[in-house]
Design a protein. Structure first.
Length: 157
């Protein structure tokens, strides 16, 4: 056998011997690319979520009038919320004339056209002691939907 054949045999042997290492390196590269894509998607989602409005609603006692119970709807996020819809299950009830409270709930169900960042809307619901005396519901489920700069807000219940 001449030298050219020996060199070819050795080169072929080295190529065959390195094949498992090449396959392993290709698999590692594929996994790295997949994880890099996942990380990029996660970072994009975190960015979108951090820029979305954060709208909440609650029944709270008034700081100045301890017995007054207020409905508060607020946007604590960094951006404008649009088409904000708030609904209560069961509907909020008052011990007296509830026509004003019904109007507020109808307006919230049909949607607020916008709610600016840091904006806080408040309405008087009733006197707290009257709600307890009348046996009105004490637990409500609140559902909030709306739009932000990156599309629909995550529904909040």
């Amino acid at each position: 056998m001449d030298a050219a054949i020996w060199i070819s045999v050795v080169a072929a042997s080295v190529t065959v011997a390195s094949l498992p290492f090449t396959v392993r390196a290709a698999n590692s590269a594929r996994l790295s690319v997949r994880e890099a894509r996942r990380q990029t998607e996660l970072q994009e989602r975190v960015h979108r979520d951090s820029a979305q409005p954060y709208v909440w609603a609650d029944l709270q006692g008034d700081d100045a009038q301890g017995q007054v119970l207020r409905l508060i709807v607020a946007n604590e996020g960094p951006s404008l919320a649009t088409d904000v819809r708030v609904s209560f299950e069961p509907s909020l009830q008052s011990s007296g004339d509830s026509s004003e409270l019904d109007e507020v709930q109808d307006r919230l169900r049909s949607g607020l056209s916008s709610l600016a960042p840091g904006r806080r809307l408040q309405w008087k619901v009733d006197m707290a002691h009257r709600l307890f005396d009348q046996g009105l519901p004490r637990v409500y489920t609140v559902s909030i939907t709306g739009e932000g700069p990156f599309g629909s807000m995550e529904p909040l219940t």
